[in-house]
Structures are given as C-alpha cells and as structure tokens.
Design a protein around this ligand. Structure first.
Ligand code: FAD
Length: 289
C-alpha cells in the first residue's frame, strides 16, 4: 500500500512556496526537560480558516533570523484555530524555541508530507508504538480515533521515554484510557515515583496479545526503537504492508527540491515522512543510505 499525500491546505503560499505565513504563539506548555508544546494561531484569518492537516503531517517552522526546522503537528486535526507543535531543543533552531514567549511570532510553511493511513485501515486494530520525540506525529492519531472510535477495533498505545520525567502528555493518559485507548507506558530507567513497567518500548509487545492480520502498526521514534518495533511486529507475523514508519531526516526545503532528505529513491519530505515498511524494506538496512 502506498501512503497518501494530503491535498495542500492554505499555509503553503502556492506562488511563493518558500515564504512562510506568520503565526503568533498563544501558549507554551512544558512537557518534559527540553520539550514543550508551542500553541500558535495564524495571523492571517483566511489562512487560519483554510488550514487543515492530516495526522502525521509536519510544518516547517521558521524562527526569524535563525532558520527553519521540520516539526510535526501534535494537536487535534479537527481543532485548527490553534495548532500545537511539540519541540525538543536539540540544535540551532529548536534551541531558539526555548527563548520564545507568548506573543512572539514564528513563520509556518505546511502542512507537508504523507499521513497515517487511518481511512484505509478502518475496522483494524491500531497499534501505536512510539518513543521519545517520536510521539508528536502520533498524538493526532489518538485524537482522530477517539472521535471515530467505532470505526476501529482495539487501539493500543505502546509508549516509552528514558525516565518518568521525560514522558510527554502525561495529563492526557487517563482521558485516553477512559476513551478506549489501551495505554501502556514504559521507561528505560525508573525513579522513586515510578511503579510502572521498566524497559524499552519493544518489550511492551510481550505484554500484548494481538491478531497480526487484523492489526496495523504505526511507529515513530529513535531509529533503533523503530528497528526493534518492526522486528517484534514481523516476529508476530504482521505483514510489512501493515507496518507504517515515520522517518526523520535532515530537511531543508520540505518540497523535494534540495535533496537533503533523500533516502534511496525517496525524498522523505515529499514521499514521506510516513512510509509503509513494504516500500521501505529494500533501503532500510543499507549502510550510509
Ligand atoms: C518529518 C519530521 C518531523 C519532525 N518532527 C519533530 C517534532 O515534532 N519535534 C521535534 O522536536 N523535532 C522534530 N523533528 C526533528 C527536527 O526537525 C530536527 O531535530 C531538526 O534538525 C532540528 O533543527 P535544529 O536547527 O534545531 O537542529 P540542528 O542544528 O539541525 O541539529 C540537529 C541535530 O544535529 C546535531 N548537530 C547539529 N550540528 C551538528 C554538528 N556540527 N555536528 C554534529 N551534530 C550536529 C544536533 O546536536 C542535533 O542532534 C522532525 C523531523 C522531521 C524530518
């Protein structure tokens, strides 16, 4: 199965695709050390009203005078008056996010990229498997399935972070559980506050009884985690055509022009970031690709 590319919504200026639209930061929600969700609202009313996105898509966010970074949209696809991006401060642009305040402006181009195939897999069990900063592009999936709960079978979240302090969106787990999302959490290293599972994300598969032919796997996170999630899923006979991976590659233009994010025959910005493992498999274990 190929993943779909969304019809373009209004935040990409079609005649000048490298020009961002401006958005004002309306709230900053700390999530974990070095991680916060930045809520923003487009200044241009037509853009605000016309902006739509699909779960798994990303925007190029521009910090004036610094540069752009690809950041997934982590909020509810049905609530686009304010859109959320969860950012981990790791480098040039993302470190500057930590200096931004409510009322500051950022440039937004997007939404870009393929999205999780939720329509195609209606009726299936959805297994979301994620770790670290791989969670933001999957949180919109949770909002979507909660809104359309009867369209899906079981919905299971397998999520892990390095320590309990690094867990994101902690205030929402109870709500998700009450709304039919089986939420299983693990941490690599516990502390005195933690009474849950300790270990890496793939071990959660050992606690999960699943029907491999009814399940579809959505995964995003550190590359090593993705490899083991794919391994565990395939060991349970989930076909590669039912495993979907979101990849992060260094990205510049977001439009398939510059080639920074090339992976074999694919541009991650344009052909991805979400790929079926069936399409990715020939290129995935090739060194230096
Ligand atoms: C589709 C997609 C979605 C994404 N979604 C998110 C998201 O939701 N949230 C999020 O936080 N991130 C996300 N990312 C990742 C984010 O785009 C990258 O981390 C991006 O590089 C950050 O830009 P930056 O300028 O802050 O970092 P950069 O300055 O580009 O640095 C990025 C990394 O490279 C390292 N680095 C920088 N310079 C050097 C050097 N000279 N030598 C060696 N290493 C170096 C940094 O330490 C850091 O680990 C996403 C990426 C993609 C492709």
């Amino acid at each position: 199965m190929t993943v779909q590319i969304a019809p373009q919504s209004l935040a990409v200026n079609i005649s000048k695709p490298m020009d961002p639209y401006w958005a004002e930061i309306t709230e900053i929600q700390p999530e974990a050390p070095d991680v916060a969700t930045y809520w923003m609202r487009f200044e241009n009313q037509a853009v605000r009203k016309g902006f739509t996105f699909q779960p798994g898509q990303f925007n190029m966010l521009y910090v004036p005078g610094v540069g752009e970074a690809a950041i997934s949209i982590s909020s509810d696809p049905k609530e686009t008056e304010h859109i959320g991006h969860t950012v981990r401060a790791v480098g040039n642009v993302t470190n500057h996010f930590t200096h931004l305040k409510v009322g500051d402006r950022v440039g937004v181009r997007g939404p870009f990229g393929t999205y999780w195939p939720l329509e195609e897999f209606k009726g299936s069990d959805i297994i979301i498997s994620t770790g670290g900063i791989g969670f933001p592009p999957l949180r919109p999936v949770i909002y979507h399935v909660m809104r359309h709960r009867s369209d899906y079978g079981r919905v299971v979240l397998l999520y892990g972070a390095r320590t309990p302090r690094d867990l994101q969106y902690t205030g929402e787990y109870d709500h998700w559980r009450k709304n039919g999302i089986e939420t299983m959490i693990t941490v690599d290293r516990s502390d005195e506050s933690w009474t849950g599972t300790v270990g890496v994300v793939p071990i959660l598969f050992y606690r999960l009884r699943m029907d491999p032919h009814k399940s579809v796997i959505f995964t995003c996170g550190p590359e090593i985690m993705i490899r083991f999630v794919v391994f565990e899923a395939m060991a349970r006979r989930v076909p590669p055509s039912r495993i979907f991976v979101s990849l992060e590659r260094n990205m510049k233009c977001g439009l398939g022009f510059c080639g920074h994010c090339q992976l074999g025959p694919f541009f991650v910005c344009k052909d991805g970031p979400i790929f079926s493992f069936e399409a990715l498999q020939p290129y995935y274990n090739v060194e230096e690709l």
